[in-house]
Design a protein around this ligand. Structure first.
Ligand SMILES: [Zn+2]
Length: 404
């Protein structure tokens, strides 16, 4: 291994020893890890911007976000690599073969909580930046990194705050290396909109031998869930082959328990749907259809039915395959990895979607085996080294005449 790769590996191991479990998941937060990163970046001669977001419920009462950048020819434009410092907890310790917070190198893998999600990309982007700094090559635009807080929970103290504060521009190029594929070929440029809905039906609870005296909320709820299932899956049928799962999905999922005994007609019924909607549809239209169906059911059955959004995250417009960030990333992947990249969409959501919603073209990419949040989570050293090279090459492959 060359000296720079060894240095990034050593640094990676040190970082993984500093816990940064999201405080909303019972952890200590990003504080100590951020301090370590800030110190290192300053020692390397980078000037660091730190954005502390107040969070009284977290140890230290603030959530740190860090950034550093190198200036390019066009100082009004930035290429950003965005990764997150926080991790999920280790989960059940019994399922780990090693200590999740004492990184272990085995078979070319670094095993630790947060190694793949999102440590590998954080370290790769930082060392790409340091390489560019050392090379002293002219850059077409500013190139920088952001290490953000709170991605694993809500991004309320991370990216959402940074976007609110206007720290990104419409003409910036954004790479979010927080999802990917084992061969590093998949450039994600589109995500589905997400809607989690909760439907509560209130009827009248009575003895099961006298059902006419009451109103069986469970029966109304079941019929409603089936009707919504048919309606939504039947109406929103468009296909988009960018996605491996090329259609929108509407799945009845959670069901809350009702009565504790068999001989009571339930007066209350609660069910949930998980909906993942292609970006060509508006979530508002889905919600409108659901509300309409609910009104019909209220009239038909005389029940009172309420609708709540547990989660509503509309999809931003897909990033064009011809956008500069997508083109440059594709170019860097083909040159460095000798593989032909392909563009994909995913059903999950990354912070990439938040940028797309602001109209900022964003590519989500990394080389990972896709084991986030699992016990024995790992990062392959070869992926760390490869992705560092791809990130460093990306701005150098820009054609000066290329405009957005
Ligand atoms: Zn992540």
């Amino acid at each position: 291994m060359d000296r720079d790769s060894q240095a990034s590996l050593d640094f990676f191991m040190k970082m993984l020893r500093i816990r940064a479990v999201n405080p909303r998941m019972g952890g200590e937060g990003e504080g100590e890890r951020a301090q370590f990163l800030e110190g290192f970046m300053k020692d390397e001669g980078l000037s660091v911007t730190r954005v502390d977001v107040k969070d009284d419920e977290s140890p230290g009462a603030v959530r740190p976000n860090l950034s550093a950048k190198l200036e390019g020819k066009n100082r009004a434009r930035n290429l950003w690599f965005i990764s997150h410092m926080d991790t999920v907890p280790e989960g059940s310790r019994d399922l780990w073969d090693t200590d999740p917070f004492e990184p272990t190198v085995r078979d070319g893998k670094i095993i630790a909580r947060g190694s793949e999600d999102n440590g590998q990309s954080l370290v790769a982007s930082l060392f790409a930046l340091l390489t560019l700094k050392k090379l002293e090559v002219p850059l077409p635009f500013n190139v920088g990194v952001w290490f953000v807080a709170d991605e694993e929970f809500s991004s309320n103290y991370g990216i959402k705050q940074l976007l609110k504060r206007g720290l990104f521009k419409k003409n910036d190029l954004v790479v979010v290396p927080d999802a990917g594929s084992p061969k590093g070929t998949d450039i994600e440029i589109a995500e589905k909109g997400l809607l989690w809905m909760k439907v509560t039906t209130k009827g009248k609870q009575v003895h099961a031998s006298l059902p006419k005296k009451g109103l069986n909320a469970h029966r109304v709820g079941m019929r409603l869930a089936l009707d919504l299932d048919t309606l939504l899956n039947g109406k929103y049928r468009r296909r988009n082959k960018l996605f491996d799962y090329p259609v929108s999905t509407f799945e009845p999922t959670k069901k809350e328990a009702n009565v504790g005994n068999v001989n009571t007609v339930p007066g209350l019924d609660v069910f949930y749907f998980d909906c993942r909607v292609l970006p060509e549809y508006r979530l508002d239209d889905v919600v409108h259809d659901v509300r309409l169906k609910i009104r019909q059911f209220e009239k038909r059955y005389g029940a009172s039915i309420s609708y709540e959004e547990v989660e509503l995250e509309p999809a931003g417009p897909a990033t064009s395959q011809k956008s500069e960030v997508a083109v440059l990333l594709g170019r860097a992947i083909s040159r460095i990895s000798n593989r032909r990249p392909r563009f994909v969409g995913i059903g999950g959501q990354t912070v990439g979607n938040l940028f797309r919603r602001e109209g900022i073209p964003t590519a989500v990419w990394s080389t990972i085996d896709d084991v986030p949040h699992e016990p024995n989570e790992y990062s392959r050293i070869t992926n760390l080294v490869n992705d560092t090279k791809v990130f460093a090459a990306l701005p150098l492959l820009a054609n000066p005449s290329m405009k957005r």
